[in-house]
Design a protein around this ligand. Structure first.
Ligand SMILES: NC(=O)c1ccc[n+]([C@@H]2O[C@H](COP(=O)([O-])OP(=O)(O)OC[C@H]3O[C@@H](n4cnc5c(N)ncnc54)[C@H](OP(=O)(O)O)[C@@H]3O)[C@@H](O)[C@H]2O)c1
Length: 419
């Protein structure tokens, strides 16, 4: 849709005119941007940043100041900036590292006229289990978000009264956690809390915990990671929905003081990406992953929505054993291989490793089993088989997937005999 809107192609323009002459629904949210103000966009020559900037242009902004380490080195950034300029925007690109305070002050000094808003979208990724993460890996993710955001906050001190918004692109992982991305999770959680801090000081701030975005952005460019998240039960939203989220975030009032019972700072954070309907659909298509989120008591309402099947579906999370396994147990057939396959598939989800590459006789310790992973594994075993596998057993140096399959087989057969 946005491509049609922005296209210079005559045929596209005709299609757009036809479409808009029929569509009568107004925009649900109504963020608009001031053509006289400059928007400071950090990390916005990346995937999501380009989508947001294009959209900001369509809602009135005309002055853009982009900051990133590679500036216009990438062809995609050059062509994007060229397009914006051709449409009449005034665009400045400052090469710099948001973690370097003098780079940030240099960028801010180039703001032409009042500063309308800031988007802090810089990110670095380096995956590793917490037990093996290096100092450098930790800082790859933490520095651009934590130090970078402090730098921006300090560099715009004298211009706060001009600002309409200070938006930080956080992630769902700041709220729910991913075992191999503790550095990224911590960085995003920092953004969520930093937004509260700014709000408490009467300054604009919003941190959006984004889920997985398809069609644009880092995950779109790395389908292997996207597939891994899908297997964990994280459902993606498309580029249009992503922009609606940004629109909703920027349209919300700065402070809603109408209800004194409410947390007055709660508007500072918006969490998205935990859509139960999307998860239900994924699970109906056979995905086994259950985000650890659903074990958290704070997710009770979401769990209820799943259990109630608010979209008319049944509670797929509580489905327990697959039907063919249940039938094999009832018919007295051998079940070890089915149990082993089920457990191996779940471990491939947990470890983001194709199931065919898993050596089921290898001790779990060799897969980097740590306490965080053990906690997730333990709760899965309980949910799936009503079997409580001791924490220390999972952390032992010798236990393999095959050993676990043996214990589970014994357990399910014993249970079926007792019934
Ligand atoms: N894509 C998703 O599905 C998703 C989901 C949840 C949250 N998010 C969040 O959305 C934001 C944008 O993500 P994306 O998918 O658009 O990623 P992206 O394409 O990798 O863009 C990130 C940008 O950050 C810039 N950057 C990195 N380190 C920087 C630094 N030290 N100083 C200045 N700029 C820096 C990079 O440019 P240079 O390399 O040139 O510096 C790059 O343009 C991130 O904050 C991410 O955490 C994305």
């Amino acid at each position: 849709m946005w491509d049609l809107f922005n296209s210079e192609n005559k045929k596209h323009k005709r299609v757009w005119t036809k479409l808009t002459s029929k569509l009568v629904l107004p925009f649900k949210y109504s963020s608009s941007f001031n053509p006289e103000k400059t928007y400071l966009l950090i990390g916005c020559l990346g995937g999501l940043g380009r989508s947001m900037s294009k959209w900001i242009f369509t809602r009135g902004a005309r002055k853009f100041l982009f900051m990133g380490r590679s500036g216009l080195e990438r062809a995609v950034a050059r062509s994007f900036v060229g397009d914006l300029k051709a449409k009449g925007a005034e665009v400045t690109v400052v090469k710099g590292d948001v973690a370097n305070f003098s780079d940030v002050t240099n960028a801010v000094s180039q703001v032409n006229g009042p500063l309308g808003g800031v988007i802090q979208a810089a990110m670095g990724l380096s995956e590793s289990l917490f037990t093996s993460i290096t100092h450098q890996q930790w800082h790859t993710a933490v520095t651009p978000k934590v130090l970078g955001t402090w730098n921006v906050h300090n560099a715009i001190k004298d211009r706060e009264n001009e600002l309409d918004f200070f938006l930080m692109t956080s992630s769902i992982s700041g709220s729910v956690g991913v075992a191999t991305e503790t550095n990224y999770c911590a960085s995003n959680y920092f953004l969520d809390v930093f937004a509260r801090y700014r709000r408490s000081a009467g300054l604009p701030a919003k941190s959006i915990g984004l889920g997985m975005i398809s069609q644009t952005g880092y995950l779109h460019e790395h389908p292997d990671i996207q597939n891994g998240l899908t297997l964990k039960g994280v459902s993606a939203i498309d580029a249009d929905d992503f922009l609606q989220i940004i629109d909703a975030a920027l349209s919300a009032p700065l402070n809603d003081a109408s209800d004194p019972e409410l947390d007055q700072l709660c508007e500072s954070h918006m969490l998205t990406g935990l859509e139960p309907i999307g998860l239900n659909k994924l699970r109906q298509r056979g995905f086994e992953g259950i985000p650890a989120t659903f074990d958290d008591p704070r997710a009770a309402l979401l769990n209820d929505a799943l259990a109630g099947g608010s979209d008319g579906t049944s509670n797929v999370l509580a489905s327990g054993l697959p039907e063919d396994l249940m039938k094999a147990i009832q018919d007295g057939e051998p079940v070890f291989e089915s149990v082993l396959a089920l457990i191996a598939k779940q471990f491939s989800n947990f470890l983001l490793t194709p199931v065919d590459d898993l050596d089921t006789s290898k001790p779990l310790a060799g897969f980097g089993m740590d306490s965080m992973l053990a906690a997730a594994v333990r709760s899965w075993f309980y949910r799936k088989f009503k079997l409580d596998v001791a924490f220390m057993t999972l952390l032992s140096q010798t236990l393999s997937i095959r050993d676990l399959a043996n214990s589970v087989t014994e357990h399910v057969l014993k249970q079926s005999h007792e019934k």
